[in-house]
Design a binder for this molecule. Structure first.
Ligand SMILES: Nc1ncnc2c1ncn2[C@@H]1O[C@H](COP(=O)(O)OP(=O)(O)OP(=O)(O)O)[C@@H](O)[C@H]1O
Ligand SMILES: [Mg+2]
Length: 360
C-alpha cells in the first residue's frame, strides 16, 4: 500500500515559489491500477516522483507498506526503491546497448550469477513479448517495442509497484491499447500495483480501477473509476470525461445542425447518463405516457468501465414546461443523471451547460 500524507512540493526559482503539489493525500491499495489525470503543469510528474522520493516533498510523508520512506537512510532507500519500477514517455533506453543489455543492466546489483541473470532477462523479454529482439538496438525498434523493453527493465528487480509517467503519450492509439493490455496483464498476473499518469481520460478508461484528477497541484477529485465516470463532480473532471467518451464531439455536431441550433419553443436538449446494463429505452418511452413528453434520441453511447456499462444519451424532450421538468425529475429518481444542455430560444453560442442537476 502506498500512502501519501499531506504532500507539498514547492520549487524555489529566483525568489519565486512554485507550488507544484499541494496538500495531497492519497492511498493506493495493493493491486490498484490508479490513474492520475490532469493537464500539463498540474503537478502529476512531480507527485509520482515523490512516491519513490526522486523528488523529496517539502512537507508530508510517503509510506510504502507502512514504512516511512522519508525517514530512511541512503542504503535503506536504495533497497526500498528496488520495489518500485518506473517507465516514461520517451522510454529512456541506452542507445549503445542491445535490448538484452538494457534489461540486464538493471540486474547489476542483484545477487544472481551470470547464468541466472541471462535466464531472468530472457524470461522478462518473453513476458513483455519482445524476446525476438534481444540482440537488436533501441534505434531498430518501434515506439511500442521500446516501451516493452522499458517495462521489462522496470520489472527486473521484481517490483511491487510500477510508476508510469505518460507511458503511452508518444504512441499511436493502437499501440497505446497494446501497451495498456500488457500493463493490465502484469497487474493481473504479477499482482503489480500500477500508478499511471496521463492527460488522457481514455487511458484511465481502459485500465484504471481508481482515478484522481489534478489541477494546479491539488487533487480536486478522486474515487473509483466507475464513480468518477458515472458522476463526475468537478467541471474539469466532466471536461476530461466528455473528451474521452466523445460526447463533446457528438454535441458539437448536433449543435451545428440547423434544427438544433434553434430548438422548438417547447423543446430542450438534454444529456442523460446512466450506470448498469438495464436499457433505458422503456424508461424513455414511458415519458410520453406519464408526462406527454416526447423524446428524440440524437446520440447514444455505451462505455464499459471496469466491466460496468455506462450509457450516455443526447436527446430532445418536447412537451409542456412543467411536464419536461417532471420528466427530468422522474428520470433522476430512476438513477439517470440529467443535464439540460440547451433550452428553447437560446442562441447556439451560449450553449453547453445551462443548468445541471446532478442526482444519480
Ligand atoms: N525541478 C523543477 N524546478 C522548478 N519547477 C518545476 C520543477 N519541476 C516541475 N516544476 C513546475 O511544477 C509544476 C508542475 O510540473 P509537473 O512536471 O509535475 O507537471 P505535469 O502535470 O507532470 O505536466 P506535464 O503533463 O506537462 O508533464 C509546473 O509549473 C512546473 O513548471
Ligand atoms: Mg509530467
Amino acid at each position: 500500500m502506498i500512502e501519501l500524507k499531506n504532500i507539498d512540493v514547492t520549487f524555489k526559482e529566483k525568489k519565486q515559489e512554485i507550488a507544484a503539489v499541494r496538500e495531497v493525500n492519497l492511498t493506493i491499495e495493493d493491486g490498484d491500477v490508479y490513474g492520475i489525470v490532469g493537464y500539463s503543469g498540474a503537478g502529476k510528474s512531480t507527485l509520482v516522483r515523490v512516491i519513490n522520493l526522486l523528488q523529496r516533498p517539502t512537507n508530508g510523508e510517503v509510506l510504502i507498506n507502512q514504512v516511512n520512506l522519508t525517514k530512511l537512510n541512503q542504503k535503506e532507500l536504495r533497497q526500498a526503491r528496488k520495489k518500485i519500477g518506473m517507465i516514461f514517455q520517451h522510454f529512456n533506453l541506452m542507445q549503445a546497448r542491445t535490448i538484452f543489455d538494457n534489461v540486464d543492466f538493471s540486474l547489476r546489483y542483484s545477487k544472481l550469477n551470470k547464468q541466472e541473470r541471462q535466464a531472468k532477462v530472457t524470461q522478462l523479454l518473453e513476458l513483455v513479448g519482445i524476446a525476438d529482439k534481444a540482440q537488436a538496438y533501441p534505434s531498430q525498434l518501434s515506439g511500442g517495442q521500446k516501451q516493452r523493453v522499458a517495462i521489462a527493465r522496470a520489472l527486473a528487480n521484481d517490483p511491487e509497484i510500477l510508476l508510469c509517467d505518460e507511458a503511452t503519450s508518444a504512441l499511436d492509439p493502437k499501440t497505446t491499447l497494446q501497451i495498456l493490455e500488457l500493463l493490465k496483464k502484469l497487474n493481473k498476473e504479477l499482482g503489480l500495483t500500477i500508478v499511471l499518469i496521463t492527460h488522457e481520460m481514455q487511458v484511465v478508461k481502459e485500465i484504471c480501477n481508481k482515478v484522481a484528477v489534478m489541477e494546479a497541484g491539488l487533487i480536486i477529485e478522486k474515487g473509483s473509476a466507475i464513480d468518477v465516470f458515472s458522476a463526475p463532480q468537478e467541471p474539469l473532471t466532466k471536461d476530461f470525461i466528455r473528451t474521452a467518451t466523445h460526447v463533446d464531439q457528438a454535441l458539437a455536431t448536433i449543435l451545428e445542425h440547423p434544427k438544433f441550433s434553434a430548438l422548438q419553443p417547447n423543446e430542450w436538449l438534454v444529456e442523460l447518463a446512466y450506470v448498469g446494463d438495464e436499457t433505458n429505452e422503456p424508461l424513455i418511452a414511458s415519458l410520453y405516457s406519464r408526462y406527454q413528453v416526447s423524446t428524440n434520441i440524437l446520440y447514444g453511447n455505451v462505455e464499459i468501465i471496469q466491466e460496468t456499462p455506462l450509457g450516455s444519451l443526447i436527446v430532445t424532450l418536447q412537451g409542456g414546461l412543467q411536464q419536461r421538468q417532471q420528466a427530468l425529475n422522474y428520470l433522476a429518481e430512476q438513477g439517470v443523471r440529467t443535464q439540460v444542455l440547451k433550452k428553447e430560444n437560446v442562441a447556439a453560442t451560449n450553449v453547453y451547460v445551462l443548468e445541471g442537476s446532478n442526482q444519480r
